[in-house]
Design a protein around this ligand. Structure first.
Ligand SMILES: Nc1ncnc2c1ncn2[C@@H]1O[C@H](COP(=O)(O)OP(=O)(O)OP(=O)(O)O)[C@@H](O)[C@H]1O
Ligand SMILES: [Mg+2]
Length: 332
């Protein structure tokens, strides 16, 4: 992969005890990378370092072969979209989108008008120039924010949880639109989210952050099938984490931790014995909580009529992942 954006050993020391990094990550031209991690893991910090809003304590940032570590934000030619889209309520849609253009003061009025129209057409809001911001739905406001970020033709688009204050139904639709749009524009982008589904849906690759460290950067398939650490295995997707006797019964060696996904367990004629304690049916799938004889409880995903509550069953694993205690992944 030829990198367009390179984070090279980037680190921010917020206080004697809190730091983010050092971390290294490469983003290819036209690629969309999702930064995924729990609250406080460092996602926004990485984005702000990229944008130049925060100074690095170590490392460097290279864009298109140019070291931009000391380049101020306005000169980096990055577009930003934030969680609270921060449109100016007293300006109309056209003035909002023109903001980054007029602020630079270089272009003539006609050129600005043309660029605004082009950016609005890009987000399917052609002709919305004179509309007031408060007349728009949340999804439309988000698209205006995107048009504003794209109008100055940035080299890289940075998005920090841009969908998180939309209601769930709208969020999913807006996510699709965002994906289509970013693909159409073909812009290199880095997208922050704490939701796995969003990261998987939008990211060509997903970079998982945990406590300021980059745990793994890989395609969604690779992350799910071959997590590099116990954290990634459990943060991404549903997972049973098993230690001790049950881990041994599932094939682990001494001291290893086994992670097995619910859909990788099935009811069989022989295997780990247990009793079904609960059944949860979501429509698309059924989940069974099984208390196993070796001890731990396992969640099994199976057909809606695969077992009854109270039934004695045997479980067979069709795929397990093993990890060293406190360490990284062990590939089978
Ligand atoms: N301006 C700041 N001053 C001091 N510490 C900060 C600052 N910004 C972030 N931090 C600390 O850095 C760590 C990472 O914070 P960051 O905001 O990057 O996390 P995040 O992954 O974006 O979390 P969230 O999902 O809650 O937005 C946290 O421990 C946070 O307290
Ligand atoms: Mg954040």
């Amino acid at each position: 992969m030829k990198a367009f954006v390179t984070l090279d050993g980037v680190r921010k020391q917020w206080s004697p005890t809190v730091s983010v990094g050092p971390l290294s990550l490469e983003v290819a031209r036209g690629e969309m990378v999702a930064l995924l991690g729990p609250s406080g893991s460092g996602k926004t910090t990485v984005l702000r370092l990229l944008a130049g809003f925060e100074a690095l304590d170590a490392g460097r940032i290279v864009v298109g072969g140019e070291d931009v570590t000391a380049v101020p934000p306005a000169k980096r030619r990055f577009g930003m979209v934030f969680q609270h889209y921060a449109l100016f309520p007293h300006l109309d849609v056209g003035e909002n989108v023109a903001f980054g253009l007029t602020a630079r003061g270089a272009a003539a009025a006609d050129q600005v008008r043309a660029k605004v129209a082009e950016a609005l057409a890009l987000v399917d809001l052609a002709g919305f120039e004179r509309r007031r911001v408060y007349e728009l739905s949340g999804g439309q406001q988000q698209r205006v924010a995107l048009a504003r970020a794209l109008a100055p033709e940035p080299r890289v688009l940075l998005l920090d949880e841009p969908l998180s204050n939309l209601d769930p139904a709208l969020r999913e639709r807006t996510r699709r639109e965002l994906r289509t749009l970013i693909t159409r524009v073909g812009i290199t982008s880095v997208f922050v989210t704490h939701e796995q589904e969003e990261a998987f849906d939008l990211g060509d690759r997903v970079a998982v952050l945990h406590d300021g460290r980059l745990e793994q950067a890989a395609t969604p398939d690779e992350l799910y099938e071959h997590p590099a650490s116990l954290f990634v295995a459990t943060f991404v997707g549903r997972a049973n984490v098993v230690r001790g006797a049950l881990a041994g019964a599932l094939g682990a060696r001494d001291g290893q931790i086994v992670v097995v996904r619910p859909e990788r367990l099935r009811f069989a004629d022989a295997g780990v014995p247990g009793v079904v304690r609960e059944r949860r049916y979501t429509g698309a799938a059924a989940f069974y909580q099984v208390d196993t004889e070796p001890g731990d409880r396992l969640e099994v995903q199976a057909g809606p009529g695969a077992a009854r509550v109270g039934e004695r069953v045997y479980l067979e694993a069709t795929g397990v992942m093993t990890f060293a205690e406190g360490g990284g992944g062990v590939r089978p």
